[in-house]
Ligand binder design. Structure first.
Ligand code: ADP
Ligand code: MG
Length: 474
């Protein structure tokens, strides 16, 4: 029996495979054939089961989903005794000298992006000089856990990031971080990478933006090297892809990413993803990818609250070696609420002015003067009337109810949120805001504090505030 199988394998099966390959090449084109099918080879054939050797798990996944049905059909047609096709990952076969086989039989480098090729070829040049060397985008040395200020709005995301950075075993996969712009996603991802590299330099951590992933993939397509592109991810222990929303409506990139993602997860590698929305809210992303993205831990960073903004201002001022008077910090923390990048930017602007004009202290007047344009545009954007209208609409109540003295939770909470947003998005004073709600300034102050507190505790409230803020800022 075994002997017959061998004999079969050596002669007719090889012939059949040769013919099938010609047909596949015709059907799928030379590029796809060279990338995915040429590296395959027939293995043993037993009891109607044909084993086909694939050099890597990546390729196996791809071939299974794209070509296996077709291969089976053609083969069955040629030889009805072939009942099943089995793809087996076999890294060390020596049949021909296809480049992929060379890669897969090269020992996997631990923390080097460039495998040790011997043969010179155009592929080698492409792979070694470009993609392997630069697979990971550079990490910003300033983005570490030490420099990440933690507050109520980002503590969950930060704790999740630390957990991933500290544990060798994958605890949740993928970790999906999302938030609006400038709230610390990239900072946290770099911090994870630095931490892992510090703990164990041999671990291969790759960080890249979705745009870079896309760019490299398109480049690989142009060089007809999609298989090589895929191979790059084989030695990855931790893969981070930032801003995946950039993949929306780019189907082939998503598909590529989907397979890369699945193979790595199957092999127990850690994946960390960021986006500007939760996986379910991402638009233009295939639903199977969305569901994979939500399969691990989803952690969002909420818009900042006053305390975090104060914390960040004080920390950054200290890092810059300047004294930031409390009043100025409070003023900035009250006005610049959009995101941390803008907060940092405004602080830098003030410091630059102070130094240029050789002033030895920062005053409130000066700050207001320097940030005039910025503040004016913030003020121009939103009015309290607009806020009341949007909030009432969102919570399905009337503006009259919002301004009324009713204390029912269904009205009181939206009212507090409206007051909070009025404080955050306009430059109106507390008494001015109070008048619009027929209340005094202490009620407004209480509402602002209350909502700030709730944002850290109640995710759905935080989400509502977030949605309203974005709607009002546009
Ligand atoms: P995102 O990727 O969410 O758009 P970034 O990570 O680029 O945001 O953050 C924008 C800027 O704000 C960066 O300079 C970053 O260092 C800073 N930043 C964000 N969150 C924090 C934080 N919690 N503590 C200190 N700096 C922060
Ligand atoms: Mg970012």
């Amino acid at each position: 029996m075994a002997e017959e199988a061998m004999k079969n394998n050596d002669s007719s099966v090889q012939d059949e495979w040769g013919q099938i390959c010609s047909q596949l090449k015709m059907e799928f084109g030379e590029t796809a054939f060279d990338s995915w099918l040429k590296p395959l080879s027939v293995g043993t054939y037993n009891n109607g089961v044909m084993n086909i050797c694939v050099p890597t798990a990546f390729m196996k996944n791809w071939v299974l989903t794209h070509y296996s049905d077709r291969i089976h059909k053609i083969w069955e047609h040629k030889n009805p005794s072939v009942k099943k096709i089995n793809f087996v990952v076999q890294t060390n076969h020596s049949s021909d000298s296809s480049l992929l086989k060379k890669i897969s039989s090269t020992p996997t480098p631990q923390n080097i992006y460039m495998p040790n090729f011997n043969a010179a070829s155009s592929f080698n040049d492409f792979a070694s000089k470009d993609s392997f060397m630069q697979l990971s985008a550079p990490l910003n040395p300033a983005y570490t856990f030490d420099s990440f200020v933690v507050g109520k709005t980002n503590e969950f995301a930060c704790a999740a990031a630390k957990k991933v950075a500290e544990s060798r075993n994958v605890s949740f996969n993928p970790l999906f971080l999302y938030s609006g712009v400038g709230l610390g996603k990239t900072h946290l991802m770099h911090a994870i990478a630095w931490h892992i590299k510090q703990q164990d330099p041999s671990r291969n951590v790759i960080y890249l933006s979705a745009e870079q992933f896309l760019f490299k993939f398109v480049k690989a397509l142009r060089y007809k090297d999609t298989a090589a592109f895929k191979e790059q991810f084989r030695a990855v222990d931790v893969l981070m892809v930032d801003d995946v929303q950039f993949m929306s409506n780019k189907e082939s990139t998503q598909e590529e990413f989907f397979y890369t993602f699945n193979s790595l997860i199957e092999e127990g590698r850690q994946i960390i993803i960021s986006a500007d929305k939760s996986p379910t809210d991402l638009e233009g992303i295939e639903s199977r990818l969305k569901s994979r993205l939500s399969g691990g831990l989803v952690a969002d960073i909420h818009p900042t609250d006053f305390d975090l903004r104060m914390g960040i201002l004080n920390y950054k001022a200290q890092q810059m070696g300047i004294t930031l008077p409390e009043k100025v910090a409070e003023f900035l923390a009250q006005k610049i609420t959009t995101n941390i990048r803008e907060l940092e930017g405004s602080l830098r602007r003030i410091v630059a002015h102070t130094q240029l004009l050789s002033k030895n202290e920062i005053t409130l007047d000066m700050t207001q003067d320097i940030l005039k344009d910025m503040l004016r545009s913030i003020d121009r954007k939103t009015t309290i009337d607009e806020i009341q209208k949007k909030v009432a609409e969102y919570f399905n109540i009337s503006v009259k109810e919002l301004q009324s003295s009713r204390r029912a939770r269904t009205v009181a909470r939206p009212r507090q949120i409206a007051m909070y947003l009025a404080k955050q998005l306009t430059s109106r004073s507390l008494p001015e805001i109070g008048r619009k709600f027929d209340r005094d300034h202490t009620t407004v102050m209480h509402a602002v504090r209350k909502v700030e507190g709730l944002i850290g505790e109640d995710a759905s409230l935080a989400e509502s505030v977030n949605i309203l803020r974005r709607a009002l800022e546009n």
